[in-house]
Design a protein around this ligand. Sequence first.
Ligand SMILES: NC(=O)c1ccc[n+]([C@@H]2O[C@H](COP(=O)([O-])OP(=O)(O)OC[C@H]3O[C@@H](n4cnc5c(N)ncnc54)[C@H](O)[C@@H]3O)[C@@H](O)[C@H]2O)c1
Ligand SMILES: [Zn+2]
Ligand SMILES: [Zn+2]
Length: 369
Amino acid sequence: MEGRAAVLWGLGEDWQVEEVELDDPEPDEALVKMVAAGLCHSDEHIRTGDIPIALPAVGGHEGSGIVEKVGSRVTSLVPGDHVVMSFIPSCGRCRWCASGHQTLCDLGRYLMLGSIANGVPRMRAKGQPVSPMSLVGCFATHQVMNEASLVKIEPDLPLDKAALVSCGVTTGWGSAVHSANVRPGDVVVVVGIGGIGSNAVQGARMAGARWIVAVDPLESKREAGKRFGATHAAEDVFQAFALVNDLTSGQLADSAILTTDVARGDLLGPTMALVRKGGAVVVTAIGPFSQSEVNLSLFELTLWHKEVRGSLFGGGNPRVDIPQLLSFYKDGTLQLDELITKAYALEEVNEGYQDMRDGKNLRGVIVFD
Ligand SMILES: NC(=O)c1ccc[n+]([C@@H]2O[C@H](COP(=O)([O-])OP(=O)(O)OC[C@H]3O[C@@H](n4cnc5c(N)ncnc54)[C@H](O)[C@@H]3O)[C@@H](O)[C@H]2O)c1
Ligand SMILES: [Zn+2]
Ligand SMILES: [Zn+2]
């Protein structure tokens, strides 16, 4: 079938909205008509080359839609089902899925390829195969995806809000709840208050943190952090250190979560300095593939018994966390409406990313016709 998609042809270029061709779903796949797609910073990482992917590529890994067609082996979905995408597929059977670590599913080995079935993308533009970002590629009117990348949701949920739970909300919330393991009474610092950081703040709030410090150079983001539950704000990690030092009489924070636009090696040392003896630094922000230098005190790491921990998709289980977070939204305990700064048409994807780079958006969302 035919559709339209935002395609990246070369590093650093703008997204081009192209007429594309889509194959029919293979036995384990479904055809999804997209309803909404969030503008997460990770797609910007493929534009800058921080995340390597074969080009041309179709962006988008945070989305929601309606199933139109399913392959012969699909058992969990039927046409008409409402779904959100999971940017890490989960098979449910591998060692990781079976032991409650779905974000580590072995199907992750296909993430940089075109499809799980045979490695070949299902989409073509100008006759060339187009790699789907994270096996999802949802900056498109339609996309064919594996059942492992789709999570069915309740039909009465608003799909534009639900799209955000596909990546940003689950990643940020899980970074606090699962990866930082925030406990009642904890002191938590979140460094970088964009789509991910605002949800790390929400996660820390819901886990019962006593003090949550939102760190961002932009005042609008610090204010947003407070709307999501931060009790304090700071302009940078050094100001945050003085604040946390003061608040805790020198004990420092239980955890610090790094959710800046790009993970930089020189930020790790000052972020680790924010946490107490035995405290944890969670690195959720993504650094360039080629970057291997990090500036931190190994002396402090060992002798203060600190931990530095990477966090993928919030370190939880998408098939548990996504429905649970949406039920929290229904209960009124999780804020989703407040996350969307602006809606864009697919043709406005570059304007949306410019607004993100200019710091105007907490989250921009593409809403399809
Ligand atoms: N680990 C995962 O599974 C996963 C999933 C999704 C996104 N991410 C990554 O998380 C990061 C954040 O994504 P996002 O969509 O929220 O980005 P964003 O652009 O919406 O937000 C980034 C925020 O960081 C702030 N910032 C920049 N430099 C800072 C500094 N030195 N100190 C404090 N704040 C600073 C910016 O002002 C901005 O508000 C990106 O690197 C993204 O790729 C990781
Ligand atoms: Zn994302
Ligand atoms: Zn698995």
